[in-house]
Design a protein around this ligand. Structure first.
Ligand code: GLA
Length: 379
């Protein structure tokens, strides 16, 4: 991939890049909608990345190209307006450029830029966090600045929250930044504090991307965010992480039926993340798998962010031989299911699940086999 982006840069800009970076996609392992509630979450960085290459320009122009759009776009360095339509992918690097000064980092003025990727977009693997971190690293290296990982992660999240406009937590950027091959990233989102947990070599990841997306997905994500904050307020805490499952039960009469279910999901899911860390340390993938499927059931019945398509995949996968557990991964309301399997689960078994899905829903999900990979870095 490195040679590919160098060649592409040469082709598009007629010269060699000065800096090349990469940052991986992520799988949300367990901890659904816990991050913005101040909770804990486990994620895996995968071996598919967004790559960014840059070189300085002296005329103050910023010339963007990506093979997602296939077009060159030139913006003056004082352009701060959000891009619409074909060029809207530029909002990610542009958001990063706007976020850098917030963290006392300098944004480069003029540059040539190329992004490319072997990470499927729209598969719930967070290509957005990956392009934010790869861009942040590239812009900093271009101006000879070397922020620590935590700052880089916060720059990416700031871009997403304030420029792209999604009120996400720190999961996606945190895992893309702190990922490590053969490990999961553990985030205590209150600090935030980042750690890694070793993952047994027997653990295999499969992603089934349904390509379904609820038309209101952004609005629904924001609505869940709001419901959680309202529940926290009724419970008298600033974030749901501060409430225990018992406190939520006790507050049931004061909460609307939906607010109660959202809060119950969040506090129980945070407890599941803690249990997952403990059983992962014992290498007990069977117990880990049970927690993953329990997490899905909670999304399905309490948080209300699953869909019949995702439920169907989880039903099939969680009862298939050599599958430890399965759950929706990411925001929900469509998207992808991940399965944690043993090595004996192979493409034949995965295809059988996809065929059953196709028979019911008339479309085939994409099957992606994933390995863990390292976090954002200069290449
Ligand atoms: C999306 C967001 C994350 C997180 C998950 C749900 O992926 O970007 O911050 O909230 O949804 O756990």
């Amino acid at each position: 991939m490195k040679q590919k982006i160098i060649d592409l840069f040469q082709h598009v800009h007629g010269r060699a890049p000065a800096v090349v970076t990469r940052s991986p996609g992520r799988i949300e392992f367990i901890g659904n909608h816990t991050d913005y509630n101040g909770g804990t979450v486990l994620g895996a960085s995968i071996d598919r990345d967004v790559w960014v290459a840059v070189a300085p320009r002296t005329d103050g122009q910023r010339v963007f190209y990506s093979d997602f759009s296939g077009e060159k776009t030139t913006l003056a360095s004082d352009v701060t307006a959000r891009q619409e339509g074909e060029t809207s992918w530029i909002n990610y690097p542009l958001g990063v450029l706007m976020a850098l000064p917030v963290f006392n980092l300098k944004a480069p003025q003029g540059f040539d830029y190329v992004a490319t990727s072997d990470l499927p977009t729209g598969a719930g693997l967070s290509s957005s966090a990956a392009i934010e971190l790869a861009s942040g690293l590239a812009f900093c290296a271009l101006t000879d600045q070397h922020p620590d990982r935590e700052t880089l992660v916060k720059v990416g999240k700031h871009a997403e929250n304030h420029f792209v406009g999604v009120p996400c937590g720190i999961l996606d950027q945190g895992v893309s930044g702190f990922g490590e091959k053969d490990h999961l990233v553990f985030i205590d989102c209150r600090g935030p504090h980042f750690d890694t947990v070793p993952l047994s070599e027997a653990a295999n990841f499969w992603i089934f991307n349904t390509h379904t997306k609820h038309a209101l997905v952004d609005g629904l994500y924001a609505a869940r965010h709001r419901e959680c904050m309202e529940a926290a307020k009724t419970l008298g805490v600033s974030l749901l992480v501060e409430a225990t499952p018992e406190q939520v039960e006790a507050a049931k009469p004061m909460l609307s039926s939906d607010a109660f279910k959202r809060a119950k999901h969040v506090v129980e899911e945070i407890a599941r993340v803690g249990q997952a860390v403990a059983v992962l340390k014992q290498g007990d993938l069977v117990a880990v798998g049970r927690l993953l499927t329990a997490s899905h059931r909670s999304s399905q019945h309490l948080f209300g962010n699953s869909t019949p398509e995702l439920d169907f995949l989880v039903d099939r996968l969680s009862t298939a031989p050599n599958v430890y557990g399965a759950r929706l991964t990411g925001g929900g309301f469509g998207g992808a299911v991940m399965a944690l399997t043993g090595p004996a689960f192979g493409i034949v078994q995965a295809e059988a699940v996809a065929a059953a899905y196709a028979e019911k829903f008339g479309a085939r999900p994409d099957i992606l086999r994933m390995r863990t990979g390292d976090g954002a870095a200069l290449a």
